[in-house]
Design a binder for this molecule. Structure first.
Ligand SMILES: [Zn+2]
Length: 330
């Protein structure tokens, strides 16, 4: 991060759902076992687009979730395969590989048995990631400070760097702590990078980022979703369809940010001094390329960045009889 922000493409689960390899609702990455070649392809697309990190697709691949969908017996196989795919994708370029853990749905404040269960689930996942030789662990979409501290403790027990990202769906954590303060607490316990991912779009995440920047020193992470969240709907969970019903998740397309907005977010995040910049659920390689180019990079996919001087009507060589049709395009 001394050489500039780390770019991290996330949102694998949404992208693979869109491509028809994963079910919305459960959002369990069975695709790792069913179609590993598709996961590998997506890793490569995000790398080509400028991601510095390959995040192993073990999101929601913890015991609690796999039990809920009847896949508990494939827990270890799924985790190990996802890690293998991430390592394989990263090898040619030497990109960073992140092991990935997330909110477990097993945590409950002031419940020691629940805390022990969370610790057990994180320990098995982080253990497999450590054995695979990941560079760091990304713990994300965590909503309880208590659960984040367990994640951090487990990651530290394996001697790995920890990026701890909260999902700021509400105004405070589910255990009632303001978000900047939540990050401060986790930082104080030794997290290497603290910040936010998912839930909020750039418009409602950047103000939180400004507060966070004032509250903690050292690297911070901002990884919004690529949707236009608002003061009334601070998180994409609260966005509405045109008819007024919930847009989460299948009606979210109408709220998409475009590439220029993704680039604008990246520039603002960098200006804030954000060391870990990415996009979460909904992001595609085209968004990540826009982020990378906004940060002054020229990833492999930039070879195909737009050049409208070569377009038939908008370009430099427009036939004289075609020019009459151009008026409406302006
Ligand atoms: Zn997300």
């Amino acid at each position: 991060m001394a050489a500039g922000p780390v770019i991290c493409a996330e949102g694998y689960v949404f992208e693979l759902e869109r491509r028809g390899y994963l079910q919305a609702g459960a959002y369990v990455p069975e695709v790792v076992l069913e179609h590993p070649e598709v996961v590998l392809q997506l890793h490569e697309e995000f790398l080509r687009a400028g991601s510095d990190v390959v995040v192993a697709l073990t999101y929601y691949a913890h015991r609690e979730k796999l039990r809920a969908v009847g896949l508990e017996n494939r827990l270890e196989e799924l985790n190990r395969k996802a890690l293998e795919l991430a390592k394989h994708a990263a090898a040619p370029s030497g990109a960073l590989v992140a092991g990935n853990i997330c909110n477990t749905w097993a945590y409950r404040p002031d419940d020691e048995a629940a805390a022990a269960e969370v610790r057990r689930q994180y320990t098995e996942q982080v253990g497999w990631a450590a054995e695979a030789g990941v560079d760091f662990i990304l713990a994300e979409t965590i909503e309880y400070v208590g659960e984040a501290l367990i994640a951090l403790e487990v990651i530290q027990s394996f001697g790995l760097p920890a990026v701890i990202n909260f999902s700021p769906i509400y105004e405070k954590s589910k255990d009632g702590i303001g978000w900047a303060e939540a990050c401060r607490i986790v930082k104080e316990h030794g997290a290497d990078v603290v910040g936010f991912n998912c839930a909020r779009g750039p418009a409602t995440l950047l103000p939180l980022g400004r507060r966070l920047r004032k509250t903690v020193d050292g690297p911070i992470a901002l990884v919004p979703v690529p949707y236009r969240t608002t003061a009334d709907a601070i998180s994409f969970q609260f966005l509405k369809r045109r008819g007024g019903s919930s847009a989460y998740t299948l009606g979210l397309d109408q709220h998409y940010i475009d590439r220029d907005e993704a680039a604008d977010f990246a520039r603002r995040a960098e200006a804030l001094g954000t060391g870990f910049i990415g996009l979460c659920c909904g992001a595609g390689p085209h968004h990540i390329r826009a982020v990378a180019e906004a940060l002054g990079r020229r990833p492999a996919a930039s070879r195909y960045s737009a050049d409208f001087s070569r377009h038939g009507l908008l370009g430099k060589q427009v036939k004289s009889h075609e020019k009459q049709f151009l008026e409406l395009w302006k």
